[in-house]
Design a protein around this ligand. Structure first.
Ligand code: PMP
Length: 337
């Protein structure tokens, strides 16, 4: 990104995020591991990219008209991205969110002016699931469109055209592996497709948290969830339209404890305060790096996503009582505080 000249609009601040060498992860893997700083987006998460593409696509299709409303069901970050983009373009936002997500995300959505509808967390098959509730609300609201991030492939297009192209340029065409976890699957599918178009030897790995069904799907062709995770925004139970045709070569399953170890290292060792999906992604990137090195690619370069800021989780991941309530290890410095 050329930042020596002013930008013409806030929306141009979305994407073109920096890439940073992760020293601790590189040391653990025995090769170079890079993190894409998605927390540097205006809404502090990777989901600003999908929000912009989805809204632009709805405008181009003539569905979203001046003064209209964008309705979405989200774990929070997509809602924050949509609210920012909608504000910048003069649309209203209605966000449906499960009530077990972090209160920081709820407060942020309210602060941005979104109308927030909280629903109990349920399985996707339940008609009151946040995704179905948001679709119904969009149908019932005059002048509203439903963003539908899970099955709207404008989401993965943001990564195919944006993130993948940026990575290729930032690493001057020398990338050996990419991995991240999936929520909607837009990131893994879009980046995977965009990188494979450029070099089909780039290894694309899905990093799945416990409690998600994709690891077993890519390993044995069966959607099967085991265990659980407190990570927000990741952990998918079905093949969304965004995941269809995703070029996944290999897969890892990462526990919350392992992800938290990397959240700690990223904070204490690298100086970045991030969410748990970033820790899980970095754990997966270390696995992928080790695998590539073992396969003889000694100077491998692996990239993963640093999806959102940890400031969104001060009441959870960075709170000793909360960690204890979830039977998770408490960071030393929080224990002492
Ligand atoms: N990490 C966080 C914190 C998220 O909010 C999301 C999106 N829900 C993801 C990762 C996963 O991104 P995607 O939807 O592109 O799979």
């Amino acid at each position: 990104m050329n930042i020596t000249k002013p930008f013409g609009s806030t929306l141009e601040l979305i994407g073109n995020t920096p890439l940073v060498l992760l020293k601790g992860a590189s040391e653990a893997a025995g090769c170079e591991i890079y993190g894409k700083c998605e927390f540097a987006n205006p809404g502090s998460s990777v989901k600003d990219r999908a929000a912009l593409y989805i809204i632009r696509d709805a405008e181009e299709r003539g569905e979203l008209k001046p003064g209209g409303t964008v309705v979405e069901g989200t774990a929070g970050n997509t809602g924050i991205g949509i609210a920012l983009v909608a504000n910048a373009l003069g649309y209203k936002t209605v966000i449906v969110m499960p009530d077990n997500q972090s209160k920081e995300k709820m407060e942020t959505l309210r602060a941005l002016g979104a109308e927030l509808v909280l629903v109990p967390p349920t399985k996707y098959a339940d008609c009151n699931h946040f995704v179905h509730t948001s679709r119904r609300l969009a149908e019932e609201t005059e002048g509203a469109v439903w963003a539908g991030q899970f099955d709207n492939t404008a989401n993965r297009k943001a990564h195919l055209e944006g993130t993948a192209a940026e990575l290729w340029e930032q690493l001057e065409g020398r990338i050996d592996g990419f991995t991240c976890a999936a929520g909607s699957g837009g990131t893994i599918a879009g980046v995977g497709m965009g990188l494979k178009e450029r070099d089909e030897n780039i290894r694309i790995a899905l990093t799945d948290p416990h409690g998600a069904a994709l690891f077993s799907y890519y390993a044995h062709g069966e959607l099967k969830a085991e265990g659980s995770s407190v990570a927000e925004g990741i952990g998918q139970g079905r093949i969304t339209a965004n995941l269809e045709g995703a070029p996944i070569d290999t897969q890892f399953r990462i526990s919350d404890e392992e992800g938290l170890k990397w959240v700690e290292q990223l904070l204490r060792g690298e100086g970045m305060c991030l969410g748990l999906s970033s820790g899980i992604n970095v754990a997966g990137a270390v696995e992928l790096g080790k695998q590539l090195v073992a396969d003889g690619r000694k100077d491998a370069r692996v990239v993963t996503m640093l999806c959102d800021t940890g400031f969104r989780y001060l009441s959870t991941l960075y709170n000793a009582d909360w960690l204890r309530s979830k039977n998770l290890p408490v960071f030393d410095w929080l224990e002492a505080a």
